[in-house]
Design a protein around this ligand. Structure first.
Ligand code: NAD
Ligand code: GLY
Length: 363
């Protein structure tokens, strides 16, 4: 197993990566010297699949274990579910500050992390991500929150976990569509930060998708290393560094909200289309080469990801993408590639250019 230390002074924590990492839960709880109730927040699908693992690890360190399950899917990242989980926590851990274990995909990490950030003005939590997307991205960095009908992640906080246990042994039960979903974020790291990593993905993609690649753990580790270093330099996303991680997310979030968080398009699929659109905008602004755009599209297609939208109105995407948090004082901000491995933040992209590119990819 490998370890990354994410250094943020008193908020520093370890990210442990590899098969069996979830088994480290008991050791982490002991190291924290935590003795109160432990609440596992998870979804119904994940709970069944991981019961033997989390119970074994946590029964060894507490006799006050409570499990709160929510329906699986993006709709659980809602105000209603936030209230429901917080109330269950209050009723089951009466008078005590619990330790929360966020066990699941990005939906659970964001929801449970947000509950942890606000319940009793903040309780400790540990991320145990079970989807590829959560393992390479959402479990690290402390962005937690819920969606509003107006837009994704509109209510939230920065709240760092005490540890992140990235157990790649959870991945074989994940449906293929969700492996591809996570692969969109994996590819994102290559485009924003590391050309050689992008090249590795070009070579290994088929084997990675089948989870047969010997490089799988290295790939997950590399994504986390890139993310950890960006978070260390720009924890609160206000220095134009961490924002690179939002490459493809401006229009991607617009598509996701326009699709009303149904499973027509999942997060990674929207990010995939958003990355193509952002790359095309960069080409039209003379910042990125046609060849680069083709390479991006080719790798996304190789990963089985969509590169255009069907069945969602252009107007709906335009309307919803304006709620994106990267808009400051009504001015848009896009992360655009200038090469494979390098991005820049560009403000005030003309609306006509955005519409032209959307027309190209929306049918
Ligand atoms: P998800 O949490 O809904 O998980 C996808 C599906 O996989 C669910 O149906 C779940 O029940 C199932 N599942 C999870 N683990 C499984 C396993 N091991 N075996 C079988 N099935 C399993 O979705 P996701 O794609 O993991 O996360 C998407 C969310 O992450 C979005 O809300 C997005 O906004 C958020 N996100 C947050 C950040 C951040 O920095 N906080 C970054 C990227 C994405
Ligand atoms: N996923 C974007 C971020 O963590 O900043």
């Amino acid at each position: 197993m490998k370890k990354i230390r994410l250094k943020l002074q008193e908020r520093s924590y370890d990210i442990i990566v590899g098969r069996g990492a979830a088994g480290e839960l008991s050791g982490i709880v002991k190291k924290m010297r935590f003795s109160g109730p432990i609440a596992v927040i998870t979804d119904r699908v994940v709970e069944k699949k991981t019961r033997s693992v989390y119970k074994k690890a946590l029964d060894a360190v507490t006799n006050e274990l409570t499990v709160i399950t929510v329906p699986s899917g993006e709709k659980s990242k809602s105000v209603d579910m936030f209230r429901d989980v917080s109330q269950k926590l209050a009723n089951r851990t009466k008078g005590h500050k619990p330790l929360i274990v966020a066990l699941g995909g990005g939906v659970i990490g964001d929801l449970a992390g947000f509950v942890a950030s606000s319940y009793r003005r903040g309780v400790p939590y540990i991320q145990v991500p079970t989807t590829l997307l959560a393992q390479v991205d959402s479990s690290v960095g402390g962005k937690v929150g819920i969606d509003l009908p107006e837009a994704k992640n509109l209510v939230g906080a920065f709240y760092q976990p005490k540890a992140v246990l990235v157990d790649t042994g959870f991945l074989p039960t994940l449906p293929a569509r969700h492996i591809r979903n996570g692969m969109a974020e994996v590819i994102k790291y290559g485009i924003i930060k590391k050309r050689s990593f992008f090249a590795l993905l070009e070579d290994e993609m088929e084997r990675l998708l089948e989870l047969k690649s010997e490089r799988l753990d290295d790939v997950v580790y590399e994504c986390l290393r890139i993310k950890a270093r960006l978070v260390e330099k720009d924890e609160r996303d206000d220095k134009d560094l961490r924002i690179a991680l939002n490459f493809g997310h401006t229009l991607g979030h617009g598509i996701e909200a326009a699709a009303e968080y149904t499973n027509r398009y999942n997060h990674g699929e929207c990010v995939s289309i958003g990355m193509v659109m952002a790359s095309d905008i960069a080409v039209r602004l003379g910042m990125f080469s046609e060849k680069g755009l083709l390479k991006v599209k080719r790798l996304l297609k190789k990963a089985g990801l969509p590169v255009s939208v069907k069945g969602i109105g252009l107007k709906d995407i335009l309307r919803t993408h304006r709620f994106d948090k990267k808009f400051v004082s009504g001015t848009n901000r896009f992360v655009l590639p200038t090469g494979i491995g390098k991005v820049e933040v560009v403000e005030d992209i003309p609306g006509i250019l955005i519409r032209t590119v959307l027309r190209e990819y929306v049918s």
